[in-house]
Write a protein that binds this ligand. Sequence first.
Ligand SMILES: [Zn+2]
Ligand SMILES: [Zn+2]
Ligand SMILES: [Zn+2]
Length: 362
Amino acid sequence: MLQRSSIVGELDRGKGSNYKSPIANYKFFCSPYLMELRKDPITRSWVITGDDVIEPTPRFQACRFCGPTAEPAQVIANLPGLDGIAWSARSVVHPHALYHIEGEAARRADGLYDRMGSVGAHEVLIENPRHDGDLWNASDFEVEQFLRLAALRIQDLKRDSRFKYISIFKNHGAQAGQEFEHPTSQLTATTFVPRRVLYELRAGRDYYESKERCVFCDILAQEERQNLRIVEARGDYVAFCPYAPRVPYETWIMPRSHEASFERSGSSRVGSVSDLAALLRRTLQRIRTVTEAFHLVLHTSPNSQHPSATLGYWKTLDEDYHWHIEILPIVEAKARSYTFKEIYYSPVASETAVKRLREAKI
Ligand SMILES: [Zn+2]
Ligand SMILES: [Zn+2]
Ligand SMILES: [Zn+2]
């Protein structure tokens, strides 16, 4: 089964430049460019649209990422493995990439509308060489290697000034739109900032303007003081259910120490990343006692190489934004799709959800 990623991102303006991509390993290939980006003039959200060719995948196809039948993929980066294993986590070009690395976005008008080419990067992050090495049953070292790979890829792609934002996400389970059987996450680098992140950036900037404090730091401080919605804390990292969840059992993981960019935390000293790895593994184990399918998304700072005067969130970005991981479980029986897109309906209170997650036998 091949499905398009459920999270592909939407939003704001892209600015062309002549900067050459830092990714020497990308081989340029002929892409049909069937997809393009169009901006909704009302909501100002970018959507990726076009007549995409979605190739049917044979039902019992062997894994393309492991075993003797693995298809050669364009490897972008490898992290070394232990005990003679060639690699522990690896990034490859997505076999059906939504965004393509070559060219310019060529943003242009179409009457009152805006459109641009789907320039960007789309990679598959292979979390583990083992086909059954999912994040929740891998070792802390393996999860840590995956997190370090994610940090390295973000750092590398942020050197390309065409890209405004690097997204890392994981869709697990059929209801989440999982694409590959092998344990994988995905990365996209886009010429715009996804809508949800833009909301957070604006909110962070506005809160900081009036209080000179980071809203995320304040949220975490209150959550720890009240201790009503904390799932688990480990070292500098805290997993908690947000006060106003979008879906039942929504859980965030956030560092206590203020830091806008995941990639700075993710490439830092050993102990800190292994705490995050352990907390991520344990939180996913807890969520999986409730449901198998989930979306996971990493929210980190946008590429500030090219400050945008129109957006204005760059001046205090390092002080007002705070990276975090959001996990959105899919609890089918509780879903009411008609309310989902307009108003979030979450029929399990966070205070109830946290009890079940805390007491989960993991
Ligand atoms: Zn596999
Ligand atoms: Zn903060
Ligand atoms: Zn977020």
